[in-house]
Design a protein around this ligand. Structure first.
Ligand code: HEC
Length: 185
């Protein structure tokens, strides 16, 4: 058996859900993007459960979860963070305004991966196929930020196993939060 433990994925999701700080979000822009992030976190939990076998396989639910992340990332995500919409009650760092290109690159990278993941589900109506699984020795995660610094070219997402795509997606969540989100509570 060469199932890769999804424990890392679950930890990432637990961390983002625990970091929720929307109790006193009155600004609708902030409230809306926090709600959108939460929907992505729930979708990621569904995907993780499906890969783990903790959730019964349901192609429609799987597709919907991948599409939720695809629709909420990319330029849709970027527009949720207009100039100056930072500071309490938002956990978004003002640094987003100084690093717009990097912020957008992470959002767009997530969209690219989610698009590729969503496409793999069309060929898997009845369950996770062998080709969707990560192969032994495949990197668990590889940071977009690290890649840009290192300058290495990235493999074509359309050719990556679904499980690998999902791990890379979670890496984008983590990378963006590490740089652009306040640690609270
Ligand atoms: C391009 C940057 C970026 C990416 C990519 C990103 N996030 Fe976020 N996320 C943020 C920022 C910034 C905040 C803080 C928003 C605020 O409080 O105004 C946040 C907040 C959150 C929150 C807390 C919401 C709340 O109720 O306060 C969750 C949960 C979350 N993100 C999950 C995810 C998941 C899951 C992914 C990946 C599938 C993801 N995020 C990808 C930037 C990002």
């Amino acid at each position: 058996m060469r199932r890769i433990p999804v424990t890392a994925a679950v930890l990432v999701i637990a961390a983002v859900v625990a970091g929720t700080a929307s109790e006193n979000a009155v600004d609708p822009v902030v409230a809306e993007r926090q709600a959108s992030m939460k929907k992505m976190a729930n979708a990621a939990k569904t995907i993780s459960g499906i890969f783990d076998g903790k959730l019964a396989y349901d192609a429609a639910a799987f597709k919907e979860a991948a599409e939720t992340i695809r629709r909420r990332s990319g330029s849709a995500m970027v527009t949720e963070f207009p100039r100056g919409s930072f500071g309490d009650p938002s956990a978004a760092k003002a640094e987003i305004d100084q690093s717009r290109a990097e912020f957008a690159a992470l959002a767009l990278h997530l969209e690219t991966l989610a698009t590729a993941l969503s496409a793999t589900i069309d060929d898997a109506p009845d369950g996770i196929t062998e080709s969707m699984r990560m192969k032994p020795g495949m990197a668990m995660g590889s940071s977009l930020l690290g890649k840009r610094v290192g300058g290495a070219a990235e493999a074509d997402p359309a050719k990556m196993p679904a499980e690998h795509l999902f791990h890379l997606m979670l890496q984008d969540c983590t990378d963006c939060h590490a740089k652009f989100r306040e640690k609270r509570r």
